[in-house]
Write a protein that binds this ligand. Structure first.
Ligand code: PLP
Length: 393
């Protein structure tokens, strides 16, 4: 097999051809500024309105509750910083979890430096937060709870509805970073009592640099980007019309075939998990076996350095990751793997494989065969493994 095998869809996805087709006219023909009055800008404005409708419908929201941003990180920053500011009179306490994306964690740390208190909830060995612990962490001055919909490293899906009920009972805002979940698993903002939700186009076959923040009607929130009156005066800046059109198209495709796609992916994922766990000794699956994104698998192989494994896979044309794209290049173990209780030496050696509807069984077979070969080769060079095997005998 000479072709590229792309198994890093949690980092970003290949844009669908239909999405590119939907974008091109707004670069070339309909390049008007959607805020302009003249008729020529009408097509651009229409594209923005249509995309807003599609995105809203996908999560049971109203179009005027969707605000376009420059991506998931911006949406997360906006939700936390602006809500913290808007509700500061009520209190300065925020609750989140230890396994959030850095766009949340680093924003929370920034708020801590500015006089806010943050509780970082523990998760269990599969990465699930405990609703009772969430309840117990609530204080009279708690203003915001931000818990991700699904984890980007280990794929664990959090109990959103349960969390939503708790936040609602206590009159606290609920934000969820749904960047990995949006368009991949069903989300209903009313049923789950979600007040704010972050999503990003490039994680579902759309373009990079465009995202959204859903903000429930009635939520007080400050503008994040000051300037023009775009986005109901809450997020200034000329609309990224091609990006928005692409986001809308990608979301439409994702919602239309969600059931079919997720069952295909889940079956392939389970096949891969089964093969790896049975054929490679001392391997473990990280994350929940069932409350898990259909496209995510994450493994640890004892006695193996994650980096070496990734480099050798790359030499075979296989794109994989050791967890989050943001931490690769640094040698820190994953904060997510540490939070699920793995010791440092094991948290270093993880492998994340995230598939798409384009991934084939042949690609998975080739990949698993290669992993098997490489793990065996690396272990044969490892004095630690040699000692371990001697002691087993
Ligand atoms: C990718 C990702 C982000 C960041 O989104 P960008 O659009 O790349 O800024 C935030 N949260 C999660 C869970 C992600 O997977």
């Amino acid at each position: 097999m000479n072709k590229l095998i792309y198994l890093d869809n949690a980092a970003t996805t290949q844009m669908h051809k239909e999405v590119l087709d939907a974008m091109i006219p707004y670069f070339t023909e309909y390049y008007g500024n959607p805020s302009a009055i003249y008729t020529f800008a009408g097509d651009a404005k229409k594209a923005v309105d249509e995309a807003r409708k599609t995105l809203a419908a996908g999560i049971g929201a109203a179009p005027e509750e969707i605000y376009f941003t420059g991506g998931g990180s911006e949406s997360d920053n906006w939700a936390l910083k602006a809500a913290a500011e808007a509700y500061a009179e009520k209190g300065k306490h925020i609750i989140t979890s230890k396994i959030e994306h850095h766009a949340i964690l680093h924003t929370a740390e920034y708020l801590e430096k500015n006089g806010y208190r943050v509780t970082y909830l523990d998760v269990d060995e599969n990465g699930l937060i405990n609703p009772d612990e969430l309840r117990a962490a609530i204080r009279p001055d708690t203003i915001l709870i931000s818990i991700m919909a699904a984890n980007n490293e280990i794929g664990t899906i959090e109990p959103l509805e349960e969390i939503g009920v708790i936040t609602k009972e206590n009159g606290i805002l609920f934000h969820t970073d749904a960047v990995q979940a949006f368009g991949h698993i069903p989300i209903d903002v009313d049923k789950m009592h979600i007040d704010m939700l972050s999503a990003s186009a490039h994680k579902l076959g759309g373009p990079k640099g465009i995202g959204m923040l859903y903000i429930r009607k009635g939520v007080k929130i400050r503008s994040f980007i000051h300037g023009g009156a775009q986005e109901r005066q809450r997020r200034a800046g000329t609309h990224n019309v091609p990006g928005i059109a692409g986001f809308g198209r990608a979301a439409q495709l994702a919602f239309d075939d969600m059931e079919k796609r997720s069952s295909y992916e889940a079956e392939l994922r389970d096949y891969m998990i089964e093969r790896i766990l049975t054929e490679i000794p001392y391997s473990r699956l990280n994350g929940d076996r069932t409350d898990r994104l259909p496209n995510n698998a994450n493994f640890c192989f004892r006695f193996i350095e994650g980096e070496s494994l990734l480099i050798l896979l790359d030499q075979n044309g296989i794109c994989a990751s050791s967890g989050s794209a943001c931490t690769s290049g640094s040698l820190d173990p994953s904060h997510v793997l540490l939070a699920i209780g793995l010791p440092h030496e094991i948290a270093h050696g993880s492998l994340r494989l995230t598939i798409s509807e384009k991934t084939t069984r042949e690609e998975i077979d080739f990949t698993v065969d290669k992993i098997k070969e490489i793990v065996e080769r690396l272990r044969n060079m490892s004095p630690l493994y040699e000692d371990f095997i001697k002691k087993q005998k």
